[in-house]
Design a protein around this ligand. Structure first.
Ligand SMILES: Cc1cc2nc3c(=O)[nH]c(=O)nc-3n(C[C@H](O)[C@H](O)[C@H](O)COP(=O)(O)OP(=O)(O)OC[C@H]3O[C@@H](n4cnc5c(N)ncnc54)[C@H](O)[C@@H]3O)c2cc1C
Length: 384
């Protein structure tokens, strides 16, 4: 069901991703989830399709599209496999976008082409054991010594940080003190393989099993002074801007997940016979399915509105927060209802709704928890 005016190109992109999702991604999803393995050949195919370059100019190897197009692709993948969808979301919006937005020309020319073609991935290291929602509480430090940044500290839950094609992680670090006595936070690019930078073993997560997530530690990890990304002291503000955009993309992913649950539940309810009739003949089930459709439609409108604002260069912070809150709730509620409609089968991992049930919870936590979205919205109301 369409929600917004889509151009012919957007319709074509959505159709192409849907076909790829059904034919290539979906058949691999169960095994990837079971073995906690990110299928790198699928990532490579996404690269060849140009998905990692969607919102970037052609001069850096991008497709010359916009954020809306990226979100369409993420929604299409989230419908069948959230791990694959988050790999694209994080690869673009958290990996490449900070370089594109805040990098100097030399950094962009050197780092972007491989990221935008899916030949390389990069991580976004903001969260720390003592700094999550309160991301400004960063304890990781970077001090200049002999023309190099010396990085010390740790990051946790960093997506795409340890794949075989991960090139680097951008990390926020305290680089000094401001004139007002506050922490000066900057962003430093730390290449994987830098002595003193350790990608710790992957987490044992509740969901998103095939997505790559690691804790990172830095012990006197030395990188050139030129690895500063963006202006010194602007690291925190820059990362918050990146998160605002990322929330739209997570909302699109969540919309896809909610849609995947709805489609599966409609199909199952029509095929499953109970007490002599199809499950779908029961009004209680029909109302559940109708509610699921309501949630998907509303979530899609919310992310599409925020993405259009963003692409038009208009303020979108509050709309992005509303979209993420609405869509992550929709995904979680639809996953719960779809699992219920599947009965005992819904508790079996071989059914995609079971995977969505496990996967969807993180949508209410990552890139700003639901409570953080509420804070953003309350601030816009002037009451927080
Ligand atoms: C699978 C996964 C992938 C991730 N990928 C990345 C990544 O690539 N890069 C990265 O930097 N981070 C990443 N994260 C981290 C994620 O963004 C954080 O987990 C999230 O921001 C919450 O931070 P926290 O875990 O420290 O929770 P906390 O901040 O400790 O929050 C705990 C609870 O308290 C609530 N809370 C906090 N403050 C308030 C308040 N003021 N008012 C009311 N309630 C509040 C929160 O909403 C939450 O419910 C990832 C996390 C996961 C699980």
């Amino acid at each position: 069901m369409d929600s917004y005016d889509l151009s012919d190109d957007e319709r074509e992109l959505a159709g192409m991703v849907r076909e790829f999702a059904d034919e290539v991604v979906a058949p691999r999803a169960y095994e990837a989830d079971r073995t906690h393995t990110l299928p790198m050949d699928v990532v490579a195919q996404m690269g060849a399709m140009g998905l990692f370059g969607l919102p970037f100019p052609e001069e850096y190897g991008g497709q010359g599209g916009d954020y809306f197009a990226l979100c369409l692709a993420i929604e299409g993948l989230g419908r069948v496999d959230q791990s694959i969808a988050i790999t694209l979301e994080a690869g673009v919006s958290l990996g490449a976008m900070p370089v594109f937005r805040f990098g100097n020309e030399e950094q962009k020319q050197r780092l972007l082409p491989d990221l935008l073609t899916g030949n390389a991935l990069a991580g976004f290291g903001l969260t720390e054991p003592e700094a999550g929602s309160d991301a400004g509480a960063t304890r990781t430090t970077a001090r200049l010594d002999g023309g190099e940044w010396v990085v010390n500290g740790s990051k946790q839950f960093i997506t795409n940080s340890g794949t075989e094609i991960t090139r680097f992680v951008t990390v926020t670090a305290v680089t000094g003190e401001t004139a007002e006595g506050r922490k000066e936070i900057s962003t430093i690019i730390v290449p994987n393989g830098t002595p003193g930078f350790t990608v710790e073993p992957a987490y044992d997560k509740v969901g998103w099993h095939a997505s790559d997530t690691h804790p990172l530690t830095f012990q006197d990890a030395r990188v050139p002074e030129a690895n500063l990304l963006g202006e010194r002291g602007r690291g925190f503000a820059n990362f918050l801007h990146i998160l605002d955009e990322g929330r739209i993309a997570i909302a699109a992913l969540a919309t896809g997940a909610g849609e995947g649950c709805l489609e599966a539940a409609v199909d199952y309810a029509q095929k499953r016979t109970v007490f002599g009739d199809a499950l779908s003949t029961r009004q209680g089930i029909q109302f559940m399915l109708a509610r699921m459709q309501q949630r998907v439609h509303t979530a899609r409108l919310a992310w599409q509105h925020a993405a259009r604002l963003r692409d038009a260069g208009k303020p979108f912070k509050t709309e992005a927060a509303i979209a993420k809150l609405t869509a992550s709730d929709a995904a979680m509620d639809n996953a719960r209802d779809a699992t219920q409609i599947f009965g005992g089968n819904g508790f079996m991992n071989e059914y995609p709704v079971a995977r969505h049930y496990r996967d969807s919870k993180i949508l209410e936590i990552g890139e700003g928890t639901s409570e953080v979205q509420l804070l953003v919205i309350a601030r816009a109301l002037g009451v927080a």
